[in-house]
Design a protein around this ligand. Structure first.
Ligand SMILES: Cc1ncc(C[n+]2csc(CCOP(=O)(O)OP(=O)(O)O)c2C)c(N)n1
Ligand SMILES: [Mg+2]
Length: 637
């Protein structure tokens, strides 16, 4: 291609000469030539993009005076802020979340006229969780913007939450002018330094020429491979600098390779192991949802006759109303899932990462099993638990290949054993007390929504009960902070999910103290007339902390009970409907009322039994089969 490039450049210069060849114009051509050459060779070799620049310019020049050409050139220049907005639109963004501040004023000025709906949270953490909830509910990239310094710092919890759960977010932060960086300027923070460990990738843009390409790269990185948050820091002078972006420019990510198709030898070995297994179990994580591979998972499980258990993040990847579902495994998973994992001879992990809340004591985890691990992230393989057959790639592609090689097996004895565990240890609770049981509230919500709502959660007991007692049948229906366990996630995530899915019922099943952390976002939901529902499982405690204090600190409830506000009053003050329920007999009516509220959020304060515990429980460090609370489940059968 080199000869072509050389030829084109000469050609342009000759043509320039034909049009009078004023030296200033030639110099301008030469500068463009130099810049474009450097960019394009850095990208993917000469692709003809540079040539197009000249051809376009040549066309513009034909029949026009030099003055007209100069003004045409000037009018195609855009400020960086406009380039950001245009690139977001090109990336398909029509909704985003963000908060203002001095160094992002140029960006927000351009958003004023843009076909992008901007939802302004009351705190940047809320905005980041909203982008996260939007991404999880829709499968698209969530976008959040914040100003420099405090704005960027407030994103950290949201980014870490998204990072731990592999959620695709693009965060755009403003930064002080490039010549002030490092000067302790007003609202300066080392945003890339602070957010490096909580992002998949981050960078600062120091030249307006790189802006459009870098934003496109951010979308690519966030949404491919193991997904995650990407942050782009943009100094205000770059937002103001002018440039004519090159539409044909390619991404410049030479070191970034994503493995999509798995190794066929490994896929064959995995299929053979499944065909030969007497006691297999599928262990499914959130990666199956990210890969949109639920259909393939269903085909595999049904063709091969495999029981399926899911992590907290994997809930919804497999229809829990089907008999082969073993529901959730792990610390508060079902007894039947945990027993099945401990007794299986083959564990097929897909898009899961062997988190300690799932494995319990890793040394005694699945002791009799050969382990297959299908994951897009090679760094996950054998990280926590030794894997026998790794398959690296996209779960959707790999499962499609694998299904072809799978044979049906009856596995009667194994499935009978699992059915017996299911009968003996169902998820149960004592509903005979006069007080409202949290599990009962969730069962009622499940019943009245016919299992069809999108559920977000806080963190703690409320989250575990939501995972246990609402039964999920489709992907992207359960939205919860699994890896980081971020209290305060539920409400803003519900707002993001409702923005993504305006026609669906979105319910935040929250803890009182989790809700306390971000409840100010009710004002955001009210402003946008979002009919989200918030069900506060109000036990008056940091319930999960209290449960650990009860079980492991001799019932010394140190600092885990705080005074709560009257939530119905708070809700009304912030523009939502507020309902208080303190009688068991009022639960059904309150859920019905809540579901009927339109055009504004509704908060229901369920004053539940204060000292109820989540069962079963594998105490930290114990093996999965060493569950406490089984007698409670068993006694009630
Ligand atoms: C931001 C944050 N701070 C602290 C914790 C530790 N933590 C985990 S659960 C929990 C108690 C949660 O209380 P509440 O929201 O009322 O939920 P409950 O367990 O009572 O259902 C705490 C403090 C956390 N997960 N997140
Ligand atoms: Mg609580």
């Amino acid at each position: 291609m080199g000869w072509f490039w050389g030829y084109s450049r000469v050609y342009i210069l000759v043509k320039a000469g034909c049009f009078g060849g004023k030296s200033s114009w030639l110099c301008e051509t030469a500068r463009l030539s130099y810049d474009s050459t450097r960019e394009n060779f850095g990208l993917a070799g000469l692709t003809g993009i540079t040539v197009n620049v000249f051809q376009e310019r040549y066309k513009k020049m034909s029949g026009k005076s030099h003055k007209a050409a100069d003004s045409a050139e000037k009018s195609s220049l855009k400020p960086g802020s406009q380039i950001i907005v245009d690139t977001l639109i090109e990336m398909g963004v029509d909704k985003m979340f963000g908060y203002l501040g001095g160094v992002v004023l140029p960006l927000f000025d351009k958003l004023y006229d843009a076909p992008i709906e901007v939802i302004i949270p009351r705190h940047e953490q809320g905005g980041c969780h909203m982008a996260d909830g939007y991404a999880r509910a829709s499968g698209r990239v969530g976008v959040v913007a914040a100003t420099s310094g405090p704005g960027a710092c407030n994103l950290v919890t949201g980014l870490a939450t998204a990072m731990m759960d592999s959620v695709p977010i693009v965060a755009l932060t403003g930064q002080v002018r490039t010549n002030l960086i490092g000067n302790d300027a007003f609202q300066e923070a080392d945003t890339t330094g602070i957010t490096r460990p909580v992002t998949k990738y981050n960078c600062i843009v120091k030249d307006v020429k790189d802006l459009a390409r870098t934003i496109k790269e951010a979308f690519h990185l966030a949404s491919t491979g193991r997904q995650g948050p990407v942050l782009i820091d943009i100094p205000v002078d770059i937002e103001l600098a002018e440039y004519k972006p090159d539409d044909g420019e390619k991404l410049k990510l030479p070191g970034y390779k994503v493995r999509t198709k798995g190794h066929i030898g490994q896929i064959t070995a995995a299929a053979k192991a499944i065909n030969e297994s007497q006691k297999p179990v599928l262990y499914i994580g959130g990666g199956v949802i990210s890969a949109n591979a639920s259909d393939e998972l269903r085909q595999l499980a049904q063709k091969a006759n495999l029981p399926v258990t899911m992590t907290l993040m994997g809930l919804g990847s497999y229809d829990q109303t089907r008999p082969e579902s073993l529901d959730m495994l792990g610390m508060h998973g079902t007894a039947y899932a945990n027993y099945a994992v401990q007794e299986c001879d083959l564990l097929i992990a897909i898009g899961a990462r062997f988190d300690d809340r799932v494995t319990g004591n890793v040394k005694t985890f699945a002791p009799n099993a050969k382990i297959i691990h299908i994951d897009v992230d090679p760094a996950s393989i054998s990280k926590n638990v030794h894997v026998d057959i790794p398959v690296v790639g996209d779960a959707k592609f790999i499962l499609k290949e694998m299904i072809e090689k799978i044979e049906h097996r009856p596995r009667k004895e194994w499935l009978k054993k699992i059915a017996d565990w299911k009968n003996k240890y169902p998820l149960r609770y004592d509903n005979n007390s006069a007080k409202i049981k949290p599990q009962y509230v969730i069962e009622e919500i499940y019943k009245q929504t016919k299992g069809d709502a999108i559920i977000t959660t806080g963190v703690g007991q409320n989250q575990m009960w939501a995972a246990q007692f609402y039964r999920f049948s489709r992907p992207r229906q359960f939205i919860s902070s699994g890896g980081l366990g971020t209290m305060g996630y539920g409400l803003p995530a519900a707002i993001g999910a409702q923005v993504a899915k305006p026609d669906q019922t979105v319910i935040d099943i929250d803890g009182d103290h989790s809700f306390n952390m971000t409840m100010t976002e009710l004002a955001t939901a009210a402003e946008h007339k979002l009919p989200i529902k918030v069900c506060i499982i109000n036990n008056g405690y940091m319930g999960m902390v209290r449960q650990w204090q009860q079980l492991f600190y001799n019932r010394r409830y140190s600092c885990s009970r705080l005074a709560n506000p009257d939530y119905a009053t708070v809700a009304e003050a912030l523009g939502a409907e507020g309902i208080t329920v303190d009688k068991k007999t009022d639960v059904t009516k309150a859920v019905k009322k809540m579901l009927s509220v339109k055009n504004k959020p509704c908060v229901v304060d369920f004053r539940v039994e204060g000292e109820e515990n989540v069962w079963p429980m594998v105490p930290a460090g114990k093996s999965l089969n060493e569950m406490d609370g089984l007698q409670i489940l068993e006694r009630l059968v």
